[in-house]
Design a protein around this ligand. Structure first.
Ligand code: NDP
Length: 257
């Protein structure tokens, strides 16, 4: 296979959760540019429709599927809908996530559960539904889970997020261990500090902004497009023998933390 073909995703279909904005939308656009049809997901249907319209206007094949990734029944219903429409998911990006900044002593168990369910249990549930169908179809598939720097290190006030993202790393390894025999590869991406709505308050906080720039060897925040190269690589034949890994896209921050 030529190097060009290694990154060609023509004819594939990718479901990217949490892709009405931020990193998910950038990765969905990158996958579409590499040739996939993309299914965008999120809870806010208006936001989702606007994102889909932007990709369609650029000539990409795009549909939407609005469901809450922490709701098992909604996930099952969405996948039943894909089955009815004859849509096969070749590439799944488990990207949807939320952040909650609160000292642990003030944290309610329900808040803990909400973050774990949205950031970790969701990847298991959506991954399971995708894998069941990939296994039945017998043509393998690619699963990309979105971790974080906090898959590796901890910081104060984000305990459930850190626990969930640490879990993403081990869930990815479990998926690889269990599903490689079916030709399914599961890998993860660990973004550093990236400018998105999730980090709006931090970007606008001069002290925090200076800390990020000072502690990142690249000297800047990441942008959503910085994720595209690794996402396309992990979705493509180029990563055929890469499995169970987490690749950090952090401007070098982990190397010096
Ligand atoms: P944003 O807040 O910008 O976007 C989050 C996306 O997820 C939106 O499309 C949102 O749409 C969707 N979403 C949130 N909750 C749910 C849900 N329950 N079900 C379905 N969709 C949902 O976040 P980012 O783009 O910054 O983050 C994307 C991923 O990257 C997350 O997993 C995050 O933890 C991770 N990450 C981000 C970093 C960063 O610096 N930005 C760093 C490390 C990791 P809607 O609200 O309409 O549902």
């Amino acid at each position: 296979m030529s190097a060009r073909d290694l990154f060609d995703l023509t004819g594939k279909t990718a479901l990217v959760t949490g892709s009405s904005g931020g990193l998910g939308l950038a990765m969905a656009r990158g996958l579409a540019e590499a040739g996939t049809a993309v299914i965008l997901n999120g809870r806010d249907e208006a936001k989702l429709a606007a994102a889909a319209q932007a990709l369609a206007a650029a000539g990409h094949q795009v549909t939407t599927s609005s469901f809450d990734v922490s709701d098992e029944a909604a996930i099952m219903a969405a996948f039943d809908g894909f089955d009815r429409a004859g849509t096969n998911i070749d590439i799944l990006v488990n990207n949807a996530g939320i952040q909650l900044r609160k000292p642990m002593v003030d944290l309610a168990a329900d808040e803990w559960r909400r973050v774990i369910e949205t950031n970790l249990t969701s990847a298991f549930m959506v991954g399971r539904e995708a894998a069941r169908r990939m296994i039945a179809r017998g043509q393998g598939g690619k699963i990309i889970n979105i971790g974080s720097l906090t898959s590796e290190v901890a910081r104060a006030t984000v305990a459930p997020y850190t626990a969930a993202k640490g879990g993403i790393k081990q869930l990815t390894r479990s998926m690889a261990a269990e599903w490689a025999v079916h030709g399914i590869q599961a890998n993860a991406i660990g973004p550093g500090y990236i400018v998105t709505d999730m980090n709006k308050a931090l970007v606008e906080d001069a002290k925090f902004d200076a800390w990020v720039r000072g502690r990142t060897p690249s000297g800047r925040w990441g942008m959503p497009d910085d994720l595209i190269g690794v996402a396309v690589f992990l979705a493509s034949p180029a990563s055929a023998y890469v499995n169970g890994q987490i690749i950090y896209v952090d401007g070098g921050m982990l190397a010096v933390l």
